[in-house]
Design a protein around this ligand. Structure first.
Ligand code: C5P
Length: 238
């Protein structure tokens, strides 16, 4: 199946954008996902490549409850009637769950993309959609190139060097056949409770589904700290 727009097939990809974090690591001020990078709110930059993608049927943005009741005005124009806003939860996992639940049944493929990644490429989105449309979970990821150390209990001394062979950093977007991401959450509900995981593939993996690695670009950074904003401004200026 073509990664872009197969002739005659209606858009069937639902995108969930978790943006309900408090962003405290970025410092004081408004939620970091609303802060401008190169004059454009970070969340808007993160949504735009999906809003213009021919396979995307719906985008659900998950905001803190206060903001979900009165979303920023600049959100309204980005994807027209295809964009919906819902409230998040105390953890990223709950926020994504709320977003998936808000997608219409027409969305057979679900993509999750963090609001904190404003520089995702169309090539990465295409590759993740392609894999998920073929029936496979897929995550944007980058092989680790640094040497890895594990700290001891004090957090100040090296306890050991960790073998980096075969280790990848998981990024977003992450894409899944809808039945698999829903089964991922259900698997954990059956085992008591859905744990607070830092990515969605972890739930799908635990339910026994294979997840493919899609090599991503290093420019798809996650903007978390004040230093990340400095890097993001430089990327936006390119
Ligand atoms: O906290 P972390 O950097 O891992 O958050 C990743 C993404 O998940 C961010 O876009 C953040 O806004 C979102 N998030 C959320 N609901 C939470 C916590 C984080 O939607 N309760």
């Amino acid at each position: 199946m073509s990664p872009t727009s197969p002739a005659g097939s209606p858009p069937d990809v639902g995108v969930v954008v978790p943006a309900a974090g408090r962003g405290e690591r970025a410092g004081a001020g408004e939620p970091k996902q609303f802060r401008a990078i190169g004059g454009v709110p970070m969340l808007l930059r993160s949504i735009r490549p999906f809003a213009s993608h021919p396979r995307v049927a719906e985008i659900v943005v998950v905001l803190p409850a206060l903001w979900a009741r009165k979303p920023p005005a600049w959100l309204a124009g980005v994807a027209g009637g295809r964009l919906r806003v819902v409230s998040g939860g105390d953890s990223r996992t709950v926020s994504v769950l709320n977003g998936v639940a808000a997608l219409s049944p027409a969305c057979r493929v679900v993509l999750v993309h963090d609001a904190a990644r404003p520089f995702v490429s169309v090539e990465t989105i295409d590759a993740v959609i392609h894999a998920a449309s073929d029936g496979h979970g897929a995550i944007a990821a980058i092989p680790v190139s640094d040497t890895l150390k594990r700290a001891d209990a004090t957090g100040q001394l090296v306890a050991e060097t960790v073998d980096r062979a075969g280790v990848w950093r998981a990024q977003t977007p992450q894409g899944f056949p809808r039945s698999q991401i829903e089964a991922g959450y259900q698997h954990w509900r059956d085992h008591g409770a859905v744990p607070d995981v830092t990515d969605d593939a972890a739930l799908v993996e635990a339910a026994g589904f294979p997840v493919r690695l899609v090599p991503d670009r290093a420019t798809n950074i996650k903007v978390t700290t004040a230093d990340d904003f400095v890097i993001a401004e430089a990327l936006a200026g390119q």
